[in-house]
Ligand binder design. Structure first.
Ligand code: CIR
Length: 254
């Protein structure tokens, strides 16, 4: 179960965030702000106490707080983003986590890792090797996880941006899968919820205390998840999709 979350309100510079989805257009800032508020309300409905950080204009992608830290029950690990323009975000998040966590670990150069590439399944952490997460980053984080009694393993990615762009763990051995993960033997022991390719964006959804938050506008995926007995909450995150961001990237949950 999770009890808390950290989010950061998007700054006006959000419109300059990194993206490979230019065809979707530039995010509308006022819509993004409203969507972000609704997202916070959804986390609260799931029982979380939400810390809301002020916008940080210096870093356009800083609303995607998930990428810059991994919070485990025993430690917080500050990552080192593969995206050069996001590196400085770590100082901002470290100053926030310092007040709450005694055990703070850090990924060091030349390692890079963004926590959108990390999926937690109990005490095991899957780490996607992507354009943003390299082998050194993965090795460093596995060493840190081992120190706290956790395990980690790497997953090669082919087409997806981050590991959790195409995978979400819903607890109870249930895994939401899309695209390249449908036939990946690494995940064959889980019960799969297959997301159709045309709804691939919905593969990034979040389990929070038996609720599952899904993006608005993906009805087939929503039905598949609610048919499994989860309480489903839909949240519109269309403006964040324009920057390749999904539901999970918008918060740190712990
Ligand atoms: C980026 O390219 O870094 C941001 N525009 C989106 C980050 C999305 N994060 C995530 O999937 N965990």
């Amino acid at each position: 179960m999770f009890s808390k979350a950290i989010v950061r309100i998007p700054g006006k510079s959000l419109i300059n965030g990194l993206t490979d989805s230019e065809y979707l257009g530039v995010p509308d800032y006022s819509r993004a702000i409203i969507q972000h508020q609704v997202y916070i309300e959804a986390l609260k409905m799931c029982g979380l106490q939400v810390s809301v950080l002020e916008p940080c204009e210096e870093y356009p992608d800083s609303t995607f707080v998930e990428d810059v830290a991994l919070i485990t029950p025993k430690c917080a690990i500050i990552t080192r983003p593969g995206a050069q323009s996001r590196r400085g975000e770590v100082e901002q998040i470290e100053s926030v986590l310092k007040s709450e966590f005694n055990n703070i670990e850090r990924i060091k150069a030349p390692g890079t890792i963004e926590a959108g590439d990390i999926m937690m399944v109990g005490s095991h952490y899957y780490i996607g090797l992507s354009d943003r997460t390299n082998t050194q980053g993965a090795e460093q984080i596995i060493t840190i996880l081992n120190k706290y009694g956790y395990t980690g393993s790497t997953v090669d990615l082919n087409d997806v941006f981050h590991l959790k762009t195409g995978l979400s763990y819903l607890e109870n051995n249930i895994l939401v899968v899309c695209g390249e993960f449908k036939n990946n033997l690494v995940f064959s022991s889980y019960e799969h919820v297959e997301i159709p390719d045309k709804e691939s964006y919905a593969a990034n959804c979040i389990w929070v205390n038996d609720f599952v938050i899904v993006p608005l506008g993906y009805p087939l995926s929503k039905d598949k998840i609610s048919n499994l007995g989860y309480k489903v909450i839909e949240v519109d995150v269309s403006e964040f999709k324009k920057l390749d961001g999904g539901l999970s990237c918008l918060s740190l949950r712990y």
